[in-house]
Write a protein that binds this ligand. Sequence first.
Ligand SMILES: Cc1cc2nc3c(=O)[nH]c(=O)nc-3n(C[C@H](O)[C@H](O)[C@H](O)COP(=O)(O)O)c2cc1C
Length: 248
Amino acid sequence: MTATTAAATQAYDTFIEICRERKTSRAFDPSAPIPKEHFDLILEAARHGPSGANAQPWHYIIVTDPDKKQAVADYFVAEATSRAKLKMKFPTPNYRGLATAPGLIIVVADFRYIKAFPILNDGSDLDAMYKENAQRILLQSVAASTMSAHLAAAALGYGVWWVTAIGQEQAQNALKPLFDVPDDLSVIDIMVFGKPLKAPYKRWKKNLDQIRSWGVYNRDIYMTQEDIDTWIKEERHKVMYRDESKID
Ligand SMILES: Cc1cc2nc3c(=O)[nH]c(=O)nc-3n(C[C@H](O)[C@H](O)[C@H](O)COP(=O)(O)O)c2cc1C
């Protein structure tokens, strides 16, 4: 085993602290604007993300117009209301914080790059299988870049909020015109950040033993579909909106 140098230990300690301290906030102080250069520092991290075929199928639009932030918030509030009516039973957060968030970045994905990954493109069943995988590669690539941006924002001391553009087709139709996103691109996420209005809390995280196996999958911790259904019913609402120290 190679010895860990003091510099590496220090770098890891700094890094893991940023990972631990990255916490979701959903309401931000509108009177604490983000300096322009911080947007660049954050997107500089996004720029270095890994991606399938090194396609870098992402683009980031920094939202500067308060009316557009309001329009994004209005869309999400309306979407959450209609989902509540559909009785999806998903514990929905308050999306009004989007309107006053000082940092709001629209994450755009370019799905045309799925052609950069192994696909046949002949319309066959096999092609469909490879295309599905190619879409996953693309999604994971954009998420990898976005995650770097979130960590950079956390490193700068901001609270962060990862909002997925739910509602798909409807969301695209509502959000793309606001930011003149070309037809063939997709709004996939919204990255929100700023000085939290209240101190963010640490949410429950699985421990290492729950997420790691050595050699082969540890079946002792395997969850059946039934276990997961129970978790959704009994635990999900707690882990989403409660400090981990307050979960019984
Ligand atoms: C892919 C992804 C999608 C998410 N979508 C939403 C969302 O649409 N709305 C929201 O309020 N939070 C969203 N979140 C934030 C999660 O709820 C949050 O990360 C989770 O509860 C864990 O809390 P933490 O970020 O403080 O560790 C999303 C996070 C990820 C990674």
